[in-house]
Design a protein around this ligand. Sequence first.
Ligand code: FAD
Length: 369
Amino acid sequence: KYTYDYLIVGSGLFGSTFAQIMNGNGKKCLVIDKRGHTGGNIYTKEENDIKIHWYGAHIFHTDNEEVWHYINKFTKFNNYINSPLAYSEGKLYNLPFNMNTFNKLWNVNTPEEAKHKIQEQCSKYKDISQPANLEEQALKLCGDDIYYTFIKEYTEKQWGRPANQLPASIIKRIPFRLTYNNNYFNDPYQGIPKDGYTALTNNLLKDIHVQTYTNYFDNIPYFQSIAEKILFTGCIDEYFEYKFGRLDYRSLKFKHIYLDTDNYQGNAVINYNEAKYPFTRIIEHKHFEFGKQPSTIITKEYPQKYTPSDEPYYPINDEKNLKCFNKYKALAEKNSHVIFGGRLGQYAYFDMDDTIASAISLTQKELSI
Ligand code: FAD
């Protein structure tokens, strides 16, 4: 009766992983995407022999053996280790907060000295037992120097609100590393796909019918008629025509700049922590791949208020939005013809490894493994 077993709306990492596994299990899949390319937000665009992370820097990292084993069937990873820097008051500091950071900030050399300094900084705020907002929470956890140099203005740019009006729950803990180790992630596996994320997506979608520039909402009756089931990885509120209201997001704008120099900043990621810079970070893409190209491409990342014409990037997981999402979720559970997956379908921030793990788990459910 149906042409396809699954219509997969969205060719991002969730849709592509799902399609790859279902296709491998004999299910006929059609993948559609409204964008002009596959890969969703992990898409890389190649220009001047440089792979540009078109929707923001993406570094793969995981401690999930199953995910690592799965994804390595479709790409090899280089040995890139994420070691971002933070620019503040004319100086560059290492992240995550570690002995290099403390050495530059306080001129301390040993872990004992750093520990003592952190305790001294925090003691000023020891009477805050129930932090009422993010500012109080951060001051309690790290004291003035770290908060005002690195956290306050950066967080305010990111969320578009003063830190004393943001919920304390955004910051649960501030990890301090008392070693001179600049590796941002603690995961055992990390890297950038050797041929880029676009090649990775192409490998996942090999032998699968794919249509780009195809929006599900442009022909709903047709799309509903061609497949036994739909996996929808777009916005769940849009699918249900916003009947319980719109879910809110934080958006981003990316400004890609081509420069006639071979090395602009000497590192892939530099955060700009101060409010006087409207962007939060500058990415120099070639450093993700140890590139030797004669020119370079950088991207400035500007946090934005989300309006319906913008790309939704980060869900705002506050009480109001979660309540609204739960209504959509309950409605979705009543409809056995459509499944919702991915960061927009599940209204959650997922790193790439969580996205793959979640897609694998859905295929197991669908295949009743
Ligand atoms: P998406 O990639 O958003 O894919 C959804 C797709 O659905 C899109 O292609 C969209 O065009 C399509 N679509 C939507 N609606 C329709 C429709 N109506 N019709 C047709 N198609 C439709 N993770 C990491 O592990 N490491 C990182 O360093 C990292 N950095 C990140 C940086 C930024 C700025 C952001 C926003 C995320 C980052 N992530 C990172 C997370 C990562 O991007 C996600 O885990 C992953 O992209 C989620 O894939 P997805 O398929 O769920 O969503």
